[in-house]
Design a binder for this molecule. Sequence first.
Ligand SMILES: [Zn+2]
Length: 86
Amino acid sequence: MNRWEKKQLPQKVTYEDVGYDQYRSVNVYACICPSCGLHIIEFNDDDVENSKSDEPKEMFHDCLIHHDYRGLNNFCNRCGQRLDWD
Ligand SMILES: [Zn+2]
């Protein structure tokens, strides 16, 4: 399988807690490209205040911001990796 073919295979997006934003007093989370590490979307506690989960992935899917992004980001903007949002 060459590089191009590999990029066409959907890879699962990584969801991570990336740390505390002391200026806004919220914790920040990111959806990360599994291929190049680009933070495709960052969101924070304010965005997911209605979620009951502690898992960044579940928080993301519990809130509404992902509906705006999933259609737009089937591929990574930087490396072209096809993304699987689960
Ligand atoms: Zn990428």
